[in-house]
Design a protein around this ligand. Structure first.
Ligand code: COA
Length: 155
């Protein structure tokens, strides 16, 4: 089940941030901003058997969508959760008439890049020294023109 993130989720999410991004986890105030102040943000949780398996932060910037963050707890990885969260973001972007959806990913993050390529994201550019440790990022984009959202099924 995918649902909106709430303040009560933050202890678990902050733990997952440290697990998944040990070098630069998002701090609590960043999540407060995303949940309460950022007018463009939609922040989701994926639950499996009542437990938090993963999360995603999607920005809807008028006709552009951007995945600001996405992660799946190590315990739940390679079970389709990342795919489910990504599909949810894409569906939301289509539903809200975005023309494309983008994200930045470390160039050495093979699991994430493989997931995005599998979902027809293409590598648009390299952002040099994008991360604090100097690692470059790929800017990846998926055009959404022609994709349709079905009001009845949500697909
Ligand atoms: C990237 C991430 C979200 C993928 O989540 P996941 O739940 O493991 O992904 P899924 O099980 O849905 O995998 C879907 C597809 O992605 C690709 N993939 C996922 N993990 C992979 C890995 N370790 N190596 C290669 N391909 C991988 C595969 O194509 C996979 O399909 P398959 O299982 O049929 O081969 C997860 O590894 C993660 O949270 N990583 C740490 C945080 C992170 O890097 N976030 C992205 C920041 S841009």
């Amino acid at each position: 089940m995918i649902r909106e993130m709430m303040d009560e989720d933050l202890p678990v999410i902050l733990g997952m941030e440290k697990e998944l991004f040990p070098e630069n986890p998002w701090p609590e105030d960043q999540y407060h901003y995303e949940l309460h102040e950022n007018p463009f943000a939609q922040v989701f949780i994926l639950e499996k058997d009542g437990r938090t398996a993963g999360y995603a932060d999607l920005w809807i910037l008028y006709d552009q969508a951007q995945i600001a963050n996405i992660g799946v707890s190590k315990e739940f990885q390679r079970q389709g959760c990342g795919q489910e969260l990504l599909q949810h973001c894409i569906r939301e972007a289509v539903r809200l008439n975005c023309e494309n959806i983008t994200l930045e990913v470390r160039i050495d993050n093979t699991p994430a890049i493989t997931l995005y390529e599998k979902n027809d994201f293409i590598n648009a550019a390299v952002r040099r020294n994008y991360y604090e440790d100097g690692t470059d990022a790929y800017l990846m984009i998926k055009p959404l023109g022609g994709l349709e959202y079905d009001d009845n099924t949500g697909n």
